[in-house]
Write a protein that binds this ligand. Structure first.
Ligand SMILES: [Zn+2]
Length: 211
């Protein structure tokens, strides 16, 4: 194997799913392909989350003599504090009629969350551009928040482009002049999983903010 492919196989390995034991955990944050009897899966490992999603099934019935894989979601950082979501709602309201952005980041060493406000490069009622903030060592982006001013919360095609490569939760707050409407999705390397609802403790906190 040439050196370039050797590096590639180290940084993004493909691994057989064993038949008689659990697959060995990844040694470091990153991604790998799992080849299983029931398809090819993408495994994503970050200190705050581990995800396994099926990329594809096989095209015809043949015996692939490997173990089975299942889709998995393990939110290792635990519940995301509602007060930080409420804090972002306050920032979004103060920015009206413009949009605002912030990151909820998690420190893998201390286990603490904090809100990092995003300094926009340009912003207006219908767009927001910002520099990605520098995080401290050991900190990870967990929730990428932005607001849609007085419009409703949804994911636009611009949001799809922005979220294409990240592993994060994406949160949009709309109707920021009253109890905000909310859109939330999990972004996993080009896969978007819209969440049917938002955590109950977020709902309570956002309703409290609007008074
Ligand atoms: Zn948006």
């Amino acid at each position: 194997m040439n050196p370039v492919d050797q590096i590639l196989q180290t940084s993004f390995p493909s691994v057989m799913v064993p038949t008689r034991e659990a697959i060995a955990p990844m040694a470091a944050p990153g991604e790998r392909l799992l080849i299983a009897s029931n398809g090819v899966f993408l495994e994503i490992d970050r200190p705050w989350v581990r995800l396994v999603r099926r990329l594809g099934a096989f095209e015809w019935q043949t015996a692939v003599p490997y173990g089975r894989a299942e889709e998995e979601t393990d939110l290792r950082c635990g519940s995301i504090p509602a007060d930080l979501v409420a804090e972002f709602a306050r920032i979004a309201r103060a920015a009206l009629p413009n949009e605002a952005g912030a990151w909820i980041v998690w420190d893998a060493v201390t286990g603490l969350f904090r809100l990092e406000r995003l300094a926009s490069v340009s912003h207006g009622p219908s767009h927001l551009r910002y520099e990605r903030p520098e995080l401290r060592n050991g900190e990870w982006l967990v929730v990428d928040c932005h607001s849609h001013g007085r419009s409703k919360a949804y994911f636009s095609s611009t949001d799809d482009q922005d979220d294409q490569h990240d592993v994060k939760l994406a949160l949009v707050l709309g109707h920021c002049d009253r109890t905000p409407s909310v859109a939330l999705r999990l972004c996993a390397k080009g896969r978007f999983e819209l969440q049917a609802g938002i955590p109950a403790h977020w709902v309570a906190s956002l309703a409290g903010e609007a008074v």
